[in-house]
Ligand binder design. Sequence first.
Ligand SMILES: [Zn+2]
Ligand SMILES: [Zn+2]
Ligand SMILES: [Zn+2]
Length: 164
Amino acid sequence: MNAVNPAFAGSHDHRSCISHALGAAERLCASQGLRLTAIRRRVLELIWRSHRPSGAYELLGQLSAEGHKPSPPTVYRALDFLVAHGLVHKVSSRNAYVGCMHAGQDHVAQIFICDGCSLAFEQADGALDRRIRRNARDLHFHIREQTVEIAGLCPDCAETGRDD
Ligand SMILES: [Zn+2]
Ligand SMILES: [Zn+2]
Ligand SMILES: [Zn+2]
């Protein structure tokens, strides 16, 4: 599923992104005997409110505003679960989290993040992944985690010259 570019294609039916993501999460949890608890599900939904990475404290604030009042460790544990099972990606350069566009598929993500509007778009280029693994082998380097993050401007922001 690398065809369209929902994040950078301007307007799109984001509700279908959300229902696709939640459906993928439910299928993955069911097939692996994992529990998509209420808090895990809600955190995933909040992350999927947009294609902009969300910080843990932003999520905590949204949950509190809804009356959930979870503790920070509860939110971090939910995030750890979602990351561990490939439902969201951690965007280290932003210390934030974004929904995975290829949940349930074995892949390594490359995440393009706009400096102007913070939109993030994920690709899963297997050839790039294989090349990085080959290079790591040559270096006798053991990869623990591999997410390539690319900063720059999305088409809209590049056009309007917005980069602040
Ligand atoms: Zn969307
Ligand atoms: Zn992904
Ligand atoms: Zn942008």
